[in-house]
Design a protein around this ligand. Structure first.
Ligand code: ASP
Ligand code: MG
Length: 439
């Protein structure tokens, strides 16, 4: 498509939907650029948490009643199709209550109702303002995912034709499709959610499928900051990040972006903009790296546990690292980080996986006469930015004092510090790498 006709995808987060006047103005501004506009919406703020609450108390009538009532109140003025969605939600929760067992696809179906309600509610509101909005459910549209319910991935090749056809038809009629974020349809034909915060990923995915000009992730207040302002009061907005920097940041757990959001945009060179609905000056542009930019962003990963595996003869044993990671993978243990020296492998894992990890490593400890020490509670302090190795001489001693591990690539460094020291180390690093500025 010629550049002028490539669509713009606008994704509105749950909190931003609380201000429909601004949302409508924002959409009008994008439509005024002359490009076709596709909206992707999250559930209204708190709705997914309410649905999770109902799933956690499947047998409580009181919880179910309260959840349904609160969700209804958050969607005033629902058209009949929206009221039908509420009725369906009530039936689904009854089904959850009577089925007794945890059923991941059924849970995902329940969780998807928040976005279904949001697009019906938002479309109705926009139509009242004269914007030709039409709600679109992403599973019906043909956004296909794998079968990993609760954390599924979009299957791009299987989704492309249907998504382009479905949205293209509506755009050609001059309509504004308002698409549900957060979920798609699995290969088995059931509803599959993309994980918490998955609407960002859905929007980036739809943008990539459409070959969009840009994808804007509209949040209520925040953009991407140099650190979590609750931890670091002097954290400042970052105006630009490369795809690779943003990917590291998202994968290392900065909650502002879902971890899979960046890749679909990067693969098609689609500019991503994370911006605030309230303050137009707060924007982070995620685009190809530009020489001469220096960005630094910090984040904490926790709670985590570190296991030390001492391997006598260490690196003389070919394949030891592969063997350890394969055994962990076979036991379903995700290695969050690995620090190695010649006879020591430090494995960083989720606390809930420690027992499984120790069990999975038993054959290695027997055959290689290795020893496991720990678990030690740790927090990972992560600093991200292209060329970060140039900053090693700025690291404050507080950052590495008593550290349990350290690793670095030209793009990210990670320091494992004893749990409890994380916030203090984060602030010291922020002072050194961000506040004290560029040399
Ligand atoms: N509503 C979902 C959640 O709260 C998806 C999203 O907001 O992106 O996780
Ligand atoms: Mg949400």
């Amino acid at each position: 498509m010629p550049r002028a006709h490539r669509p713009i995808v606008l994704k509105f987060g749950g909190a931003s939907l609380a201000d429909p006047d601004r949302v409508a103005r924002d959409i009008e501004a994008a439509r005024a650029e002359g490009a076709p506009v596709v909206v992707v919406a999250s559930a209204r703020e708190g709705v997914t948490d309410l649905l999770m609450g109902a799933l956690h108390h499947p047998r409580s009538n009181a919880v179910r009643r309260r959840v349904l009532e609160e969700i209804r109140l958050r969607h005033p003025g629902l058209p009949p199709a929206g009221r039908a969605t509420l009725t369906r939600l009530r039936r689904l929760l009854d089904q959850v209550a009577s089925s007794g067992s945890q059923d991941a696809p059924l849970s995902d179906r329940v969780l998807s109702q928040g976005e279904r309600l949001a697009v019906r509610w938002l479309s109705e509101d926009l139509r009242r303002r004269g914007i030709p909005a039409v709600p679109v459910e992403s599973d019906h549209l043909g956004l296909i995912t794998d079968n990993a319910y609760g954390a599924s991935c979009i299957l791009f090749d299987r989704s492309r034709a249907a998504v382009r056809r479905g949205l293209g038809e509506r755009l050609r009629k001059g309509e504004l499709p308002v698409v549900t974020g957060y979920f798609g349809r699995s290969l088995e034909g059931r509803v599959a959610t993309l994980g918490r915060g998955g609407s960002d990923y859905a929007a980036a995915g739809i943008g990539a499928l459409l070959g969009a000009e840009r994808v804007e992730l509209v949040k209520r207040h925040v953009a991407v900051l140099s650190a979590d302002p609750n931890e670091v009061p002097e954290a400042r907005p970052i105006s630009e990040l490369s795809y690779e920097e943003a990917e590291e940041l998202a994968q290392f757990g900065a909650r502002v972006l879902h971890p899979l959001t960046i890749e679909p945009a990067r693969a098609q060179s689609i500019v991503l903009r994370v911006r605030s609905l309230d303050d137009a000056s707060v924007v982070t542009t995620i685009a190809p790296a530009r020489p001469g930019r220096r960005n630094r962003a910090l984040t904490l990963l926790r709670p985590l546990r570190l296991l030390r595996l001492r391997v006598p003869g260490g690196r003389q044993r070919p394949g030891i690292v592969a063997e350890v990671s394969q055994r962990l993978a076979a036991a379903g243990v995700n290695l969050v980080q690995l620090y190695t020296s010649s006879a020591l492998l430090c494995l960083v894992l989720d606390p809930s996986r420690v027992v499984a990890a120790i069990r999975a490593l038993a054959p290695v400890t027997r055959e290689a006469a290795a020893m496991v020490e720990g678990p030690y509670p740790v927090t990972l302090v992560i600093a991200i930015g292209d060329g970060i190795l140039d900053d090693l001489d700025r690291l404050p001693s507080a950052a590495v004092l008593g550290a349990e591990g350290f690793s670095a690539t030209p793009r990210a460094l990670s320091i494992a510090v004893p749990e409890g020291r994380g916030p203090e180390v984060l602030r010291a690093l922020h002072r050194a790498l961000v506040t004290d500025g560029v040399r």
